[in-house]
Ligand binder design. Sequence first.
Ligand code: IPE
Ligand code: IPE
Ligand code: MG
Length: 248
Amino acid sequence: MTPLEDRAHAIRAQGNLPRHVAVIMDGNGRWAERRGQPRIFGHRAGMKSVRAVIEAAGDLGIEALTLYAFSKENWRRPAPEVQALMGLLRRYMKSEREELVQRGARVEAIGDLDQLEPSAREELDRLIEATSGCERLRVTLALSYGGRAEIVAAARRIARAAVAGELDPDALDEAGFARFLYSPHLPDPDLLVRTSGEMRISNFLLWQIAYAELYVTETLWPDFDRAAFFEAIEDYQSRERRFGKVMA
Ligand code: IPE
Ligand code: IPE
Ligand code: MG
């Protein structure tokens, strides 16, 4: 076995794996700038990290991976960067489709998907459809995603249900609210990873990360590989999660 296979084996043997890992894939621009290259060069390089993390999560037997690929706020970047990102996304979804099916990765998406360019949206729908029977790993792409927008969208649907007499406001509890969010079938993330050192959430999964363990690494996203993912998981395995209680 290679050292990395050994490491994967040890992680699996220890158990106590996160069921759901969410990742803020940050630092592509800085990675490119450090090489005197345009930012899009970094976005392109980041694609191989996406592949590495999906492979590593699948190999460890993690159930769900949610990847923050494009935020609602990212639409405010210069148009050429937004266009280039949409182009990359479209190409990624097409070129990785077969590989994702082979790996048993079921792809879904959350966010304001109607904002995507029609050609990107079509490729996304094709990818979702092609992987819909896969059961090994659930990969959720957060695209044109904003945590507050998700909560407002849920509140709007709840209000409509209440007005229609289908929901009793006094009976609404946290679990009932969560059923109106984008991905009600996923467990909350146990671990939230952010690359490139920024100590902020940037409007990602605000509701769902209430008790997630946070892991921030200085590594820039294009340098985040299988070993870096393993390191995040090992760190998680050493944590004591208390959920507000006192441990015996
Ligand atoms: C993350 O890298 C990718 C997206 C937000 C789409 P950035 O583009 O934010 O890179 P930095 O943070 O400027 O280095
Ligand atoms: C968060 O990164 C969004 C994604 C990784 C898709 P940003 O680079 O957009 O976040 P800020 O602007 O540093 O908070
Ligand atoms: Mg950034």
